[in-house]
Every structure is written in structure tokens, then in C-alpha cells.
Design a protein around this ligand. Structure first.
Ligand SMILES: NC(=O)C1=CN([C@@H]2O[C@H](COP(=O)(O)OP(=O)(O)OC[C@H]3O[C@@H](n4cnc5c(N)ncnc54)[C@H](OP(=O)(O)O)[C@@H]3O)[C@@H](O)[C@H]2O)C=CC1
Ligand SMILES: O=CC(=O)O
Length: 371
């Protein structure tokens, strides 16, 4: 849908001067609140108000809850709205990174990619991405660098290992880690990034392969508010909603809580299906009954049928679900909170992983229940 765009006086730091508005658009009426100083805009906590340095759709003022917004527009026009198109780095082209970087490319952004296993870059390079030679080179060449990596070890390695991103970062740049990691890892990355003079945002995502492909992820962000404001248009390309949660660590812990629940739910569904089948019920009927009632969940309806077929094509690899349960249990341990359900679920995922199912979809945990 075409939007009327409102160019505002820019108060950008040199960092994001690419957001400065075009010389004039005299025919557009500027609402008085649009001329207030940027900080007043920020006070509204409305994402589209926060991107005051870019272009605001005239019809965009508060309709949705102030801390979140579902996005109905994205696509090729997004990048073109900025006077200077952002250069974006993307580190880590696994299941999620590939889909997310592809959406940025499709939206018209200038994207440079890097992956430890270099040949995974080929497909995106054929679609228009530039190839980076190291995280350092990518971060050094781009305005904003995203990292989507397997786990805390990988996130740290890419951030400050040999040829790590922080060595290419500096003032006027931003680093956004979208991997699922623990609070300590994110804080350690934040420290290194910020000591380079760059800004840092943690932004783990909820939503799996398909939402990533469709640009419907949910971003759980925390860290430098300024960077959050600046990357909102990019998050809008890759996601359907976003939360800004304050200090670094809050996004990471939110993600772990969500995935702790998800892991337990999947283990529970697995037990129900296996037990039901054993006592003579049709598991397809179990899934249907569940879908009608209070415990219905999109995940059950989506994964149940594929689990019955033994189809575990990975969307969310089981090894990552087990990693998330492990990190959530460590979080609980830190605050002496008992989490017996998650602990039991974790044992099932560990068992499944030990039988070689780590790279399968996490729904393969049902095989551990059967064994
Ligand atoms: N899949 C999903 O549904 C979702 C996943 N997540 C989270 O997103 C992250 C990525 O997930 P996903 O894309 O599925 O995972 P994949 O396993 O598909 O990809 C992992 C990525 O991390 C890289 N990597 C692993 N170890 C290292 C290392 N030591 N140094 C450098 N790079 C490394 C891999 O590189 P290489 O190709 O060389 O192995 C690959 O690019 C994880 O934290 C996961 O928990 C979050 C939401 C949903
Ligand atoms: O982290 C996995 C997800 O589906 O979200």
C-alpha cells in the first residue's frame, strides 16, 4: 500500500546521516507534534515515532500498544524510502540467517554476507549480496551488522575471535546480535562492541524458519535505544513485531523463557501422542481434539501431523532447543528457582540428541519418548 511520507527535520548524528530528509516537500502538512524535539517523540515509545530521523507515514500515529507494533508493510519500497540506502552486514547463514538476510536483500538493501562455511554464502551472493571475507571486514564495511549464530560459543567467536566483528567496528556503526544466547554472553558482546565505539543491540527472535522466510519474526530487543530506533525499519523488513525491553540481557532472558516453555510444550505433546497411541487412540484425533480447546496451540497443529509421519525436516534444530533449555535452567539456577518441568524436558532432548537427532527438527524429541 502506498504511504504518504512525511520528511522531518533530521536531528541525526553523523552516524545516521543517511536518514536525512530530501530538500523539500512543501505540499505535505506537518503535524505540530512532528516538529517537537526528538526526545519528546521518543517519550511516546511508538516505534514509528522513534524513527523520527527517517520518514514517517502520515497515518502512523498511535494505534497500537506503545511498546509493540505489528507491521503490515514491507518489501522493496522500504529501503528506497531512505535517502542513502543502509549497508548491512549479515554474519551467520544458517536456517534463520539465510532467510533473514534474503529479506533484507529483497527489500532493496545493500547486504554483505559472511558465513564460517563459505559455500553457504553462494546462494545469497547469486541473489545480489556481496561476499565478506571475515566478520571484521563485514563490520568494517557496513553501517549495521547483524549476527545470527548457533550458540554462545559461536556468538563470541564471531564477535571477538580471530578476524572478529569488533575489530571492524567503530563509532558510527551498530552491531545487532539476533542469536539466542544467555544474558552473560550478550553482556560480554555488548562490552566489547561498545568499547569499539559502536552501538549494540541484542535482538533474539521468536519464530522459526517459515516466519523468518515470510518476514514475520518477533524481535525481543534490548540495549542501545538509539540503535534500536535506527534499525526499526530493518526489523520491520524481517519481522511482524518488536519489543524493546530495556537493558542488555532482558531480550536474551525473555527469549529463554519463551523457549523454555516451548521445549516443555513439545515434550508434553510428544508424551500425549505416544501414550494416546499406546492405549488405542488415533493420534490424529488427539491433535484435532486439542486444536478445538483451551490448550490449542499453533505449534501443536503445525508439528503434530508431521511428527506422526516421522518427518523431522529441521526448521528449529533439536540441538538448539536443548541449548535453550540448558541456558534457561542455568538462569533458573542463578536465582534459585525450581523448574522441574523444564528440567525433565531437557533430559528428553538430551536423550534425543545422544541418539543422533540433534540436527533434526526439535519435534523429533518424540522419538526419545518412544524409546
Ligand atoms: N531455527 C529456528 O527456528 C530458530 C533459531 N533461533 C536461534 O537462532 C540461532 C541460529 O539458528 P539456526 O539458523 O536455526 O541455526 P543453524 O544451525 O542453521 O545455523 C547456525 C549458524 O551458526 C554458525 N556457527 C556455528 N558455530 C560457529 C562458530 N563456532 N563460528 C562461527 N559460526 C558458527 C553456523 O555456521 P556454519 O554454516 O559454518 O556451520 C551457521 O551459520 C540459534 O541461536 C537458534 O537458537 C531462533 C529462533 C528460531
Ligand atoms: O527459537 C525457536 C523459535 O521457534 O522461536
Amino acid at each position: 500500500m502506498a504511504k504518504a511520507l512525511l520528511p522531518l527535520r533530521s536531528s541525526c548524528s553523523p552516524l545516521f546521516s543517511f536518514c536525512s530528509p530530501p530538500p523539500a516537500a512543501p505540499s505535505l502538512r506537518i503535524p505540530s507534534f512532528a516538529l517537537l524535539p526528538p526526545l519528546l517523540h521518543v517519550r511516546h515509545h511508538h516505534p514509528e515515532v522513534l524513527v523520527h530521523h527517517c520518514f514517517l507515514p502520515l497515518r502512523s500515529f498511535p494505534r497500537l500498544p506503545l511498546h509493540r507494533r505489528a507491521h503490515g508493510t514491507r518489501g522493496s519500497s522500504d529501503a528506497v524510502k531512505n535517502e542513502k540506502v543502509l549497508s548491512i552486514g549479515f554474519l551467520g547463514l544458517g536456517i534463520m540467517g539465510t532467510a533473514m538476510a534474503r529479506n533484507l536483500i529483497k527489500s532493496g538493501h545493500d547486504v554483505m554476507v559472511w558465513n564460517r562455511t563459505a559455500n553457504k554464502c553462494e546462494v545469497l551472493v547469486s541473489e545480489g549480496a556481496k561476499l565478506g571475507s571475515s566478520p571484521e571486514q563485514v563490520a568494517g564495511s557496513c553501517d549495521i551488522t547483524f549476527a545470527m549464530l548457533a550458540d554462545p560459543t559461536a556468538a563470541k567467536e564471531v564477535a571477538w575471535g580471530k578476524g572478529g566483528a569488533v575489530f571492524g567496528l567503530g563509532p558510527e556503526k551498530g552491531y545487532v546480535d539476533v542469536s539466542t544466547v544467555d544474558e552473560e554472553t550478550s553482556k560480554a558482546i555488548s562490552e566489547r562492541v561498545k568499547s569499539s565505539g559502536a552501538l549494540y543491540l541484542e535482538a533474539p527472535v521468536s519464530g522459526s524458519k517459515k516466519p523468518a522466510e515470510e518476514g514475520k519474526l518477533i524481535f525481543l530487543t534490548a540495549g542501545d535505544k538509539l540503535l534500536y530506533e535506527r534499525v526499526c525499519p530493518l526489523l520491520n523488513v524481517m519481522g511482524k513485531s518488536r519489543f524493546y525491553l530495556g537493558e542488555v540481557g532482558n531480550g536474551a532472558t525473555m527469549k529463554l523463557i519463551v523457549n523454555m516453555l516451548m521445549g516443555s510444550m513439545m515434550a508434553s505433546l510428544s508424551e500425549g501422542l505416544v501414550l494416546g497411541s499406546k492405549v488405542g487412540l488415533d493420534p490424529r484425533t488427539i491433535i484435532e481434539v486439542i486444536s478445538e480447546g483451551a490448550i490449542s496451540a499453533p505449534m501443536f497443529s503445525l508439528k503434530g501431523p508431521t511428527m506422526l509421519k516421522g518427518d523431522y525436516e529441521p526448521a528449529f534444530p533439536l540441538k538448539h532447543q536443548q541449548k535453550d533449555l540448558h541456558l534457561a535452567l542455568a538462569l533458573a539456577e542463578k536465582v534459585a528457582q525450581s523448574t522441574p518441568v523444564a528440567a525433565a524436558a531437557n533430559e528428553l532432548y538430551k536423550l534425543a540428541k545422544s541418539t543422533g537427532l540433534g540436527d533434526k527438527d526439535f519435534s523429533a524429541v518424540i522419538e526419545a519418548v518412544k524409546s
